[in-house]
Design a binder for this molecule. Structure first.
Ligand SMILES: Cc1cc2nc3c(=O)[nH]c(=O)nc-3n(C[C@H](O)[C@H](O)[C@H](O)COP(=O)(O)O)c2cc1C
Ligand SMILES: CCCCC(=O)C(=O)O
Length: 356
């Protein structure tokens, strides 16, 4: 309910073109719709008489011990959506104990984002989402910026060998950031001065060799974001990834893929507990988190709900979103007879209308 209210408020507050940028997806927005709908296809089967007075929902993630199971997924251009921008998001995430995945396409430089988070909680974990650049030296410069800023992991987005065709943006002609906004992490790097959306270049030539190069080059754990095929999940582990995000980019890339949730069980089986599996796409309720964790995720990311909270109310809005999800999840865990996240097991999820 809180999430729905904040979404409505954000819609009122935002320029319709910017609203469409956030809300929209690729193609006919089939995947966008299915990400949320997928959660309606799964139900929880609680266990009884085995809970406890206290619950512990914290999870140990790479570079983020004792984190909330709800992460802030990377979303671009926060200053476009609220004047306090990424720094407000960072303070809110830190206050709620949530890992912030800050993006390459940030309208605030990564050093300032991390400083804002650490100003609120000295132990706050900020991960840097990286779009590998077609020129390796630019990728390396971005990684150095993230390392120097104090990020504790890299999240390499691998579902974007090409820019997504966002139907609403094409219709609205949304190609440039308004004056006064820029992708600050790209500043003073080789390439065009950052102002157009496509100044974050994406390359179909990025390969596993580039991942190997990154893993060799940085001491930070490297996670992959945008893995759907179990064979790729296996390769990711073999190439040294410290975690895998099952994600279809919120329905913004290929509009003919399964819902993220539907890909989770096979990816979790392929990874077989060797590294954490995370999921994003369509998570809107505490029970969605419980279903994802039961199907093999260690934690979930939320994208649009965080942006709606930011656009509607700034830092307090983001806090409300993260707190509501965490509290609802904790309540669901209690109702399922669990004390820890790992008490939610595969057998406690059934398909609607059927059983196992
Ligand atoms: C407005 C917007 C911007 C995004 N920008 C990025 C980005 O820069 N890098 C990235 O890896 N994913 C990006 N994503 C994808 C999110 O990280 C995430 O995968 C997706 O939003 C999750 O789905 P949800 O919005 O249903 O929670 C973006 C998503 C949205 C909605
Ligand atoms: C312009 C950088 C890409 C942002 C993005 O990933 C998205 O809008 O989905």
């Amino acid at each position: 309910m809180i999430l729905r209210d904040l979404h409505a408020k954000a819609r009122q507050a935002l320029d319709p073109v910017h609203y469409d940028y956030v809300a929209g997806g690729a193609g006919d927005e089939r995947v966008l719709a299915d990400n949320e709908r997928a959660f309606d296809r799964y139900l929880l089967l609680p266990r009884v008489l085995r809970g406890g007075e206290r619950r512990d929902t914290a999870v140990d993630l790479p570079g983020a011990p004792g984190a909330s199971p709800v992460l802030v997924a990377p979303t671009a251009f926060h200053r476009l959506l609220h004047p306090d921008g990424e720094e407000a998001t960072a303070r809110a995430a830190a206050a709620e104990g949530a890992v912030l995945v800050t993006g390459t396409a940030s309208t605030t430089a990564v050093a300032r984002v991390v400083a804002a988070a650490r100003g609120r909680d000295r132990a706050a974990a900020v991960w840097f989402q990286l779009y590998p650049h077609p020129r390796r030296e630019v990728t390396h410069a971005l990684v150095r910026r993230a390392e120097e800023a104090g990020c504790t992991a890299l999240v390499v987005t691998v579902d974007s060998p090409a820019f997504g065709r966002h139907t609403r943006d094409l219709r609205n002609g949304f190609t440039d950031l308004p004056p006064g906004h820029a992708a600050e992490n790209m500043r003073d790097l080789p390439g065009a001065p950052p102002g157009a959306l496509t100044d974050i270049p994406m390359s179909p030539a990025v390969s596993w060799a580039d991942l190997d190069d990154l893993v060799r080059r940085t001491a930070l754990p490297v996670l992959l974001k945008g893995v759907l095929h179990p064979a790729d999940a296996r390769l990711a582990v073999e190439h040294g990834a410290a975690g895998v995000f099952v994600s279809n980019h919120g329905g913004r890339q290929c509009d003919a893929v399964p819902a993220a949730l539907d890909c989770l069980p096979a990816v979790a089986a392929a990874v077989a507990g060797r590294v954490p599996v995370l999921l994003d796409g369509g998570v809107r309720r505490g029970s969605d988190i419980a279903v994802a964790l039961a199907l093999g995720a260690s934690a979930v990311g939320v994208g649009r709900p965080v942006v709606w909270g930011l656009a509607a109310e700034g830092e307090p809005g983001v806090r409300r979103v993260l707190a509501a999800l965490r509290e609802e999840y904790d309540h669901t865990l209690a109702l399922c007879g669990g004390r820890r996240n790992t008490d939610l097991t595969r057998d406690m999820v059934v398909r609607k209308g059927g059983t196992w």
